[in-house]
Design a protein around this ligand. Structure first.
Ligand SMILES: [Cu+2]
Length: 135
């Protein structure tokens, strides 16, 4: 929050320099990006999210199921659970059964990233999505 507040001050300070132009980019930077996902047995809804590279992204993960689920950004896609390693994880969060969790990550470099639930058997059962990061 402290960092976002600082950015807001910078944005305000730049307004007179920009002759009062309303720059929507500043508004986005100050407010961050919010995305949401609902996890069930065994899928994400939605299963496609788009964010901007380097943006602070707040994810609200709603677990509508009776068992725990994760939302994991993979550095490189895997074809099956057997290929999963912790080293291949860019960022991850978990929502326990029936819970709503929120956490924040910095969007990686532009590209398309595989989203999975890394709990045993879940990815192989179809818990997969796609995070598109624009440049
Ligand atoms: Cu899961």
């Amino acid at each position: 929050m402290k960092r976002l507040f600082t950015m807001s001050l910078v944005a305000l300070a730049l307004v007179p320099v920009a002759c009062g132009d309303d720059d929507s980019t500043d508004t986005t930077a100050a407010g961050g990006t919010q995305i949401a996902a609902t996890a069930t047995n065994f899928s994400f809804s939605p299963d496609l999210w788009t964010v901007a590279a380097g943006e602070e992204v707040s994810l609200t993960l709603t677990n509508a199921a009776g068992e725990d689920h994760e939302w994991v950004i993979m550095n490189a896609p895997i074809a099956s659970e057997a290929e999963f390693t912790e080293a291949g994880v860019y960022w991850e969060m978990e929502a326990t059964a029936g819970a709503v969790a929120t956490d924040t990550f910095t969007a990686p470099a532009a590209g398309t990233y595989q989203i999975i639930c890394a709990l045993e058997g879940h990815f192989d059962s179809g818990m997969e999505g796609e995070l598109v990061v624009t440049g």
